[in-house]
Write a protein that binds this ligand. Structure first.
Ligand code: CIZ
Length: 304
């Protein structure tokens, strides 16, 4: 089958089988084209709550499918490729967090959305890369333990100096690959092009950037910006999508190594196979859902 034939079949099958397809921005273009919604993980989970379909297929990584399930527990949620994990999420193990909580009883445990449901369930407040600064500012407790991404945590720490913020030393292997030398080289090669980076990059990289923001923030900045050229410092699929969406502008990757292999493992054939032959839905106990949605609801309350 060709990609086009597969896409046509997917469009037919998703209607027939009452499936809503969510595709994270880091997916390939052939997947984004057949999705009902594209975007960042939290935005997609919120969207899934209001769609009429009872079956939700997440093209992304496991924690993203879990977040969909937390917000839509009555729906059947599927992950398009079971091997798609998140090394950052896996760094913050539930038992480790429980041990830390015993050692730091006065701290509010703030967990990045890139975490497993098991870990969210033992934390107090969840944040996304776009909401982290605002949410941490709004937490009453002056003592914050931020996990698992120390670079996003460090970015928050700089913006919220009034809080005592301790960081877990975890990090996203993809964004960690970007170096300050690459920023200097990209700026020299494309003078005048602003450097847009994700806060999961190292502080030395963030310090050299012209804009720091979430995936959605970077896309909006690049699409709406007046400049004709941009240097993109996040997963390289974002650069590819921007180049498709804005053919009149030029987008350069900050680093050739900024590739998330977990995000890229899903193919259009996985989506087709799920719709054609079915697969097991994501299983989560009611107890886990109730415990893990609590910090997410706390984020929504503090973000109001
Ligand atoms: O949670 C997401 O979607 C990711 C991976 C990043 C972001 O900045 O939104």
């Amino acid at each position: 089958m060709t990609i086009r034939e597969m896409q046509d079949e997917i469009l037919r099958l998703k209607k027939e089988k009452d499936v809503c397809i969510l595709a994270h921005t880091y997916q390939t273009n052939d997947i984004l084209e057949i999705a009902d919604f594209t975007g960042d993980s939290f935005g997609l989970s919120v969207k899934a709550q209001s769609v009429p379909q009872q079956n939700i297929l997440m093209c992304g990584v496991r924690f993203m499918a879990e977040t969909v399930k937390l917000l839509s527990p009555q729906k059947h949620v599927y992950l398009s490729n079971d091997a798609a994990g998140c090394p950052l999420a896996d760094q913050a193990d539930r038992d480790l967090v429980l041990q830390l909580r015993e050692q730091m009883p006065d701290y509010c445990f703030v967990v990045y959305i890139n975490s497993t449901a098991e870990t969210k369930a033992v934390c107090d407040v969840c944040v996304t890369s776009s909401s982290a600064v605002k949410i941490v500012k709004n937490i009453g407790n002056p003592n914050i333990f931020f996990l698992p991404d120390c670079n996003l945590g460090d970015f928050v720490k700089q913006q919220v100096p009034e809080k005592n913020i301790e960081l877990m030393r975890g990090g996203c292997p993809t964004h960690l690959r970007v170096t300050p030398d690459e920023v200097r080289a990209a700026k020299a090669a494309h003078p005048g092009a602003p450097v847009l980076v994700h806060p999961e990059c190292r502080p030395e990289v963030v310090a050299l950037a012209d804009y720091v923001g979430s995936t959605t923030g970077i896309i909006a900045r690049a699409e709406k910006g007046e400049e004709k050229e941009y240097i993109i410092g996040t997963e390289n699929s974002v650069r590819a999508h921007l180049q498709m969406n804005c053919p009149g502008k030029r987008f350069y990757p900050l680093s050739k190594d900024c590739v998330c292999h977990n995000m890229q493992i899903t193919t259009i054939a996985d989506v087709y196979n799920m719709l054609r032959y079915g697969k097991e839905e994501l299983a989560m106990s009611d107890e886990l859902i109730a415990a893990a949605v609590r910090p997410v609801n706390e984020m929504l309350r503090l973000g109001e």
